[in-house]
Design a protein around this ligand. Structure first.
Ligand code: AHR
Length: 497
């Protein structure tokens, strides 16, 4: 039977927070050095930041950028990255076994974000450090003149507080790979104590407690409940991280990744709400999905312990993406939009060079990977409120996720009209019956990403070839729209806006 989608302006999920279209810059590989920053590059500005990368970041529509990690933050000494650059010492980052030159630190990053109109999201080190360093960093960033750390910032040339609002209480502290890994009770207490002190410095900040590093962690569920039992009244969000990849050629499961993400969100919401219910609390904890993407982690990454100690911005996890990966990224965004009521913050991990939509060559060009297109288009078109879209579609049975819908959809409604995002996960073209309130639709614009079967090849030429063959406009003229019903044709294995 034909998939059917029902849209009605009265059925709503909630407002789409712009922070849903965030990204992430970690001191990892070439994300910072030769990524956002490369003095001497022909497009570098007076601060040494690449204009070409900043322009692509704007085009991507990124709202928030998380910094400085990731695993990196769990052994970072932020004080080493501030003050006169010539006095800063290189430091051996154990997370990625890389010599960090400390040329870019808190001030350089926050000022770059400010110039580019990006909201920063800072993470504090709860791996090797604790309450004092975390509170000091909040004071350094947000404090008014007259106390030690705020005065240090002023002495370093920045009078105005940065007013950083979003703060992560560590990173993936449930993961044994994390420097200073903790069990849920240890972390819960530390997060509560650090968060308490940070909010005493600046009560206006929003705090993110670490949730599980993935749904596959053995402590998943228990971790969320224990951590929130210590932090429920203090924090605003709990984090989620998820990476998806095609394993052993199982294309159907990979194309169903959005359903796995959907279930993961439902389970974290249920875990958080269970803690709230027990406390008879009216407060709702929301989700900061601050790392998500396609990452060939299991199939291509050797593991950080197997990396040699390197310096000078080594190439680490520079995954090259295909049209298929881009369709999955588009579908993951469909899932995020459908949870707009509980997921106000999300970060595509990462922004440049490291599992990223933007790639650069040192001294050379910057280009868009195929995954750039669905992200930029969703960030541009998804405005106003997410609608509660009802989808009836046949299922595809996958080995990794069981039954998943063959068609997924999300929609937003704003003064500009309706934006509709659809994925066809099946290998056949599909005609979808779209039931909507009111008269025929006037289609303003349409975009399609289709999956490819070719292995992704590094470099701008291949990325341009994939875009030419698999990314383009939707045939608006071919759309049949009548009173209350519109027929939408979806290409096989495609994402359509
Ligand atoms: O984004 C790459 C890494 O993935 C991050 O450093 C870590 O938080 C996660 O495991």
């Amino acid at each position: 039977s034909r998939p059917r989608i029902v849209l009605h302006p009265d059925f709503r999920v909630g407002p789409v927070d712009r922070r849903l279209f965030g990204s992430f810059v970690e001191h990892l590989g070439r994300a910072v050095y030769t990524g956002i920053h490369e003095p001497g590059h022909e497009t570098a500005d007076e601060h040494g930041f690449r204009r070409d990368v900043a322009d692509l970041t704007r085009e991507l529509g990124v709202s928030v950028v998380r910094y400085p990690g990731g695993n990196f933050v769990s052994n970072y000494i932020w004080e080493d990255g501030v003050g006169p650059v010539e006095d800063r010492k290189p430091f051996l980052d154990l997370a990625w076994r890389t010599v960090e030159p400390n040329v870019i630190g808190t001030d350089e990053f926050l000022q770059w974000a400010e110039r580019e109109g990006i909201e920063p999201m800072m993470a504090v080190n709860l791996g090797t450090r604790g309450v004092e360093a975390a509170a000091a960093l909040v004071e350094y960033c947000n404090g008014e003149a007259g106390t030690r750390w705020a005065d240090l910032r002023i002495a370093n040339g920045r009078a105005e507080p940065y007013k950083v609002k979003l703060w992560c209480l560590g990173n993936e502290m449930d993961g044994p790979w994390q420097i200073g890994h903790k069990d849920a009770h240890e972390y819960g207490k530390l997060a509560r104590n650090a968060g308490h002190a940070m909010k005493l410095v600046d009560p206006s900040i929003e705090l993110v407690a670490c949730g599980s590093s993935s749904m596959g962690m053995p402590t998943f569920g228990e971790w969320e409940q224990t951590v929130l039992s210590y932090t429920y009244d203090l924090v605003d969000h709990i984090s989620m991280h998820a990476y998806y990849e095609e394993l052993d050629g199982d294309r159907a499961s990979f194309l169903g990744s959005g359903t796995a993400m959907d279930r993961f969100i439902d389970r974290v919401v249920a875990s958080a709400d269970a803690v709230g219910a027990k406390r008879r609390s009216d407060k709702k904890i929301t989700i900061s999905f601050d790392e998500w993407n396609v990452w060939y982690l299991q199939s291509r990454f050797p593991g950080e312990q197997n990396l040699p100690i390197q310096k000078d911005a080594p190439r680490i996890i520079e995954d090259v993406y295909s049209g298929l990966d881009a369709v999955v990224v588009g579908d993951l965004l469909v899932t995020l939009l459908n949870h707009a009521d509980r997921v106000p913050v999300a970060c595509l991990a990462q922004l440049v060079n490291v599992i990223a939509p933007i790639m650069t060559e040192p001294g050379g060009e910057a280009w868009r990977q195929p995954t750039f297109h669905p992200f930029a288009t969703t960030a541009r078109l998804a405005r106003g409120e997410a609608l509660d879209v009802r989808v009836s579609a046949p299922v595809i049975t996958t080995s990794a996720h069981g039954d998943v819908p063959a068609v997924t959809a999300a929609a937003t409604l704003s003064d500009d009209g309706v934006a509709l995002f659809l994925t066809n996960r099946s290998a056949e073209p599909v005609e979808v019956e779209l039931a909507h309130a009111g008269a025929a639709l006037a289609l303003a614009e349409g975009w399609v990403m289709t999956a490819d079967h070719e292995p992704a090849v590094a470099g701008p030429e291949h990325a341009a070839k994939v875009a030419a063959a698999h990314w383009g406009t939707y045939d608006v003229a071919g759309l049949v729209s009548g009173e209350g019903v519109t027929t939408v044709r979806l290409a096989p294995e495609s994402w359509t806006a």
